[in-house]
Design a protein around this ligand. Sequence first.
Ligand SMILES: [Zn+2]
Length: 111
Amino acid sequence: MTPALHATAPLPAEPLELLRTMLEDDFAAQTARLTQLTVYARLPRRAGYDVHTLNGQAADARQRIADTARALRRMSEGTYGRCEACHRPIPLGRLRNAPHATRCTLCDRDR
Ligand SMILES: [Zn+2]
């Protein structure tokens, strides 16, 4: 049996660790971004941002934080890298571009 075909590990350990690092870095970056935006919102002139832009960026940061946390949870549960819709492995190239992806490209397109 080759490691790549091991039933409980859809992804080899090395890329998985790289993706985990990417997710953890993104989680930290988005949390810092949301903190900064929250500070801007409290400034008298919101650091030059209009309310609409500030709210939009904060919503985007919150969504990224939620997606990233979900991906990290799926890693700890052992379900990371499997499409939530068709249960097939999500190609590594897609995960490298979007480590928080929960669906393969085909299922994401069908949504
Ligand atoms: Zn799928």
